[in-house]
Design a protein around this ligand. Structure first.
Ligand SMILES: [Zn+2]
Length: 119
C-alpha cells in the first residue's frame, strides 16, 4: 500500500520536474517550449511522437526492452494521448521492472457480521 503511494508520488514529482523543463518524450531530449497552461504542454517535437510509437511497438514485439522507454515518456504516460488511446502502447509501461512480490492479504473479515446462533 505504502509502496504504491510512494511510486505514485515519485511519478508525480517526475512529471512536475518535466513540466518545469519539458523535453521531447521520444528520447531525443530536445527542449520543448514551456506552455503557459501545463495542460497544453506538448510532449514531443513535431513528428517525434512516431519515434516513441515505433519504440513501443518494438517492445511489444520483443525487439526492445521496456527499460529503453525514455524517462520523459514514463513521466508523461498520462498525458500522451496516443498511449492513452491504445492499450497496445500502454503494455510496455505496465511491465514490471522488478519481480512482483506477493502481498500478504489483510484479514478481511467483517466484525459486524458475527453469526448469532440464538436458540
Ligand atoms: Zn524527440
Amino acid at each position: 500500500m505504502r509502496k504504491a503511494w510512494e511510486k505514485r508520488r515519485a511519478s508525480a514529482t517526475m512529471e512536475a520536474e518535466w513540466l518545469a523543463h519539458p523535453v521531447c518524450c521520444c528520447g531525443c531530449s530536445a527542449r520543448l517550449e514551456v506552455a503557459k497552461n501545463p495542460k497544453q504542454q506538448r510532449s514531443f517535437k513535431p513528428g517525434h511522437d512516431s519515434a516513441l510509437k515505433s519504440l513501443l511497438r518494438k517492445i511489444n514485439r520483443g525487439k526492445a526492452k521496456s527499460e529503453d522507454i525514455p524517462q520523459a515518456a514514463r513521466a508523461n504516460v498520462g498525458r500522451i494521448k496516443f498511449i492513452q488511446a491504445d492499450p497496445e502502447f500502454q503494455k510496455p509501461f505496465a511491465k514490471p521492472s522488478q519481480p512482483q512480490r506477493r502481498q500478504r492479504k489483510a484479514a478481511s473479515g467483517d466484525p459486524m457480521t458475527v453469526e448469532t446462533s440464538s436458540l
